[in-house]
Design a protein. Structure first.
Length: 495
C-alpha cells in the first residue's frame, strides 16, 4: 500500500515536472533477500530508467513492481552485477544490444538532471552516473560529462565497455584527458587503449597513437583491429613504430607482414622481401607469400623452397605460384601436385580457403598451358581428391587442344559427380548441346537459370538448329522477361 501511494505521488510529480528528487530518494519497503544493499541498488537503477522515460514523455511513470529481489543466491562479492538491470542503451550486461529504448533516445530534461545530481548524496551507481552523463551530453555540457566519467572511474573491460558509446561521442580534445586518466590506473583493456589511440590520431598525434595501438595489440594479439588501425597511420610513423617494435621483440608475424607492405609501398623492395620472409618464418600465410612473389618471383621461389616442407599445403601451393611466376612451368606443376598430399593447417581461416584444394590446384595447372597441365590434371581428377570442378577443368584443357571426345568424357564424369555443376554444363554446350539440354532439364537447381538457357540457344544457333535455338531463347525470356538480350536473340533468328 505504501508503494502504491509513493508511485501515485511520483506520477503526479513527474507530470508536473517537479518533486522528482524526493520521489527517487523515497525508500521502498524494507529490503529482503540475501544481499539487501545490492538488491536495493538494482531496484533503484531500474526505477531511474523508468523515470527518465517518463520525464521525456511527460507522462506518469509506469507502476513499479514491488520491491522484492528475485535472486536465489547471493551475488558475487564486489561490483553489483548490472545484468539484472537494463542499461541506458537497452541491453543487459549479458546479451547483445538490440536497439535503443526510450530512455536512451529521450531528450534530456533539467528535472532529470537535477534529480540525478541530488542522488549523489545517496551514492551514485554506475548506471546513474551514465544516465547523468548522457543527459549532460544531450544538453551540451561536455565538461560535466567528463566529470561523471572521472567520478565513476570505470575499470576493467566490463565497466569500461558500459561507457564506450558515450565517451566516443565526445570531441577528441575532451575525450583524451579522461581516457588518459583511466589508462594511467593500469589497464589490460585493449579497447580503452585503442580508443585513446583513436583520440590521439584525431588530434594528429600519430606517434602516440602508434605506441598505443601496439600496446593494445600486445594485450590482445588476436584482435586484428589494432593492426588495421596501425595501417591507417602515415607510412613514416608506421615504419618507425614497427621497426622499434621489431627491435624490442614486440613485432609478431602479422606486424612484420604489415611492415613489408609498408616498405613495398615506399619502394623499398629488399626491405619488404626481408620483412615478408621473417613473417612467413613465424607464421605461414598464403597471402603474404603472394606479396613476396610479387616483389621478386625468383628470390621468392628460393626462399619458399626452404619454407614449403614445413608449411603444409599452403607452402607447396605458394612454391608453385613462385615457380610459375618465374617461368618454370614444370617445377610449378610438380609443386602444385605435391600440395595435394601435404597437410592442410588446422587454422580456421587457412583451412576454409584450402578445403577445395584440388579445385585450386586444377585452376593453377590450367594456367600453365595444356601440354604441362593435361597429364597433371588427369592425375588430379582421377585421384580420390578429384571433383566435378577438376574434371570440368580437364575438359577445358582437352578442348584447348581440340580433343572433343576426351572433353566430352571428362564432362560426363563431372556431371556424374555433380549433376548441377554449371561449369561442366557450359562446357558441354560446346561439344554436345543436346546432351547438355537433357541434363539441364533434370537439374532442378539450374532450370531457372536464364543465362544457361540463353547459352544453350547460342550453341544450337551455331549449329544452324534454329528451331531449337528459338525454343531455348523463349525459355530464357520466360525466366527473365526484363532481359532484352533474349528479345534481341529471338529477333536475330528472323521468322
Amino acid at each position: 500500500m505504501e508503494h502504491a501511494r509513493t508511485f501515485a505521488a511520483l506520477g503526479a510529480a513527474v507530470a508536473l515536472g517537479a518533486g522528482l528528487t524526493a520521489a527517487l530518494l523515497d525508500p521502498p519497503a524494507p529490503p529482503v533477500g540475501p544481499d539487501p544493499t545490492a538488491a536495493r541498488a538494482a531496484w533503484l537503477e531500474r526505477r531511474v530508467v523508468e523515470l527518465e522515460a517518463a520525464l521525456a514523455n511527460r507522462v506518469p511513470a509506469p507502476p513499479s513492481a514491488a520491491y522484492a529481489p528475485t535472486v536465489s543466491q547471493p551475488p558475487a562479492a564486489g561490483r553489483v552485477r548490472e545484468a539484472e538491470a537494463p542499461r541506458e542503451d537497452g541491453a543487459t550486461e549479458e546479451g547483445p544490444r538490440e536497439g535503443p529504448t526510450p530512455a536512451a533516445t529521450s531528450p534530456a530534461s533539467p528535472e532529470l538532471v537535477s534529480a540525478l545530481e541530488a542522488l549523489g548524496a545517496a551514492g551514485h551507481t554506475g548506471l546513474q552516473w551514465r544516465l547523468l552523463a548522457r543527459s549532460y551530453l544531450a544538453l551540451g555540457r561536455m565538461d560535466d560529462v567528463v566529470r561523471c566519467v572521472r567520478a565513476a572511474s570505470p575499470r576493467g573491460a566490463e565497466e569500461y565497455g558500459e561507457w564506450t558509446s558515450l565517451l566516443l561521442e565526445l570531441p577528441a580534445e575532451l575525450r583524451v584527458a579522461p581516457l588518459e586518466e583511466l589508462a594511467a590506473l593500469g589497464t589490460d583493456n585493449d579497447e580503452l587503449l585503442g580508443d585513446l589511440a583513436d583520440a590521439y590520431r584525431e588530434q594528429g598525434r600519430e606517434v602516440d597513437a602508434a605506441r598505443l595501438y601496439l600496446q593494445a595489440r600486445r594485450v590482445d594479439p588476436g584482435d586484428s583491429e589494432w593492426r588495421d588501425s596501425l595501417a591507417t597511420l602515415s607510412d613514416g610513423v608506421r615504419v618507425a613504430a614497427l621497426e622499434e617494435a621489431l627491435v624490442t621483440g614486440g613485432a609478431d608475424a602479422s606486424l612484420l607482414a604489415l611492415l613489408g607492405q609498408t616498405y613495398a609501398a615506399g619502394g623499398r623492395a629488399d626491405d619488404a622481401a626481408r620483412a615478408y620472409h621473417q613473417a612467413l618464418a613465424g607464421e605461414f600465410r598464403l597471402e603474404w607469400a603472394q606479396e613476396l612473389i610479387a616483389l621478386d618471383a625468383a628470390r621468392a621461389a628460393s626462399e619458399l623452397e626452404r619454407l614449403a616442407p614445413g608449411a603444409g599445403a599452403p607452402g607447396w601451393l605458394a612454391l608453385g605460384l613462385a615457380y610459375g611466376a618465374a617461368g618454370d612451368a614444370e617445377a610449378a606443376a610438380a609443386a602444385y601436385v605435391r600440395s595435394l598430399s601435404a597437410p592442410i593447417p588446422a587454422d580456421g581461416e587457412a583451412a576454409a580457403s584450402l578445403t577445395t584444394m584440388a579445385d585450386t590446384v586444377a585452376q593453377q595447372l590450367l594456367a600453365l598451358g595444356p601440354e604441362v597441365a593435361i597429364p597433371r590434371l588427369e592425375q588430379v581428377a582421377g585421384s580420390a581428391q578429384g571433383t566435378a570442378f577438376t574434371w570440368a577443368t580437364l575438359a577445358s584443357a582437352y578442348l584447348s587442344v581440340e580433343r572433343p571426345a576426351d572433353a566430352q568424357a571428362a564432362l560426363s564424369r563431372a556431371l556424374e559427380l555433380e549433376p548441377d555443376n554449371r561449369m561442366a554444363l557450359l562446357q558441354l554446350l560446346a561439344t554436345d548441346p543436346a546432351t547438355a539440354e537433357a541434363i539441364l532439364q533434370r537439374a532442378d537447381a539450374l532450370q531457372g537459370d536464364d543465362e544457361l538457357w540463353g547459352d544453350l540457344g547460342d550453341a544450337y544457333r551455331a549449329r544452324e538448329r534454329r528451331d531449337d535455338a528459338r525454343r531455348c531463347y523463349q525459355r530464357a525470356r520466360s525466366l527473365d522477361p526484363n532481359d532484352s538480350e533474349w528479345v534481341q536473340s529471338l529477333a536475330g533468328l528472323g521468322g
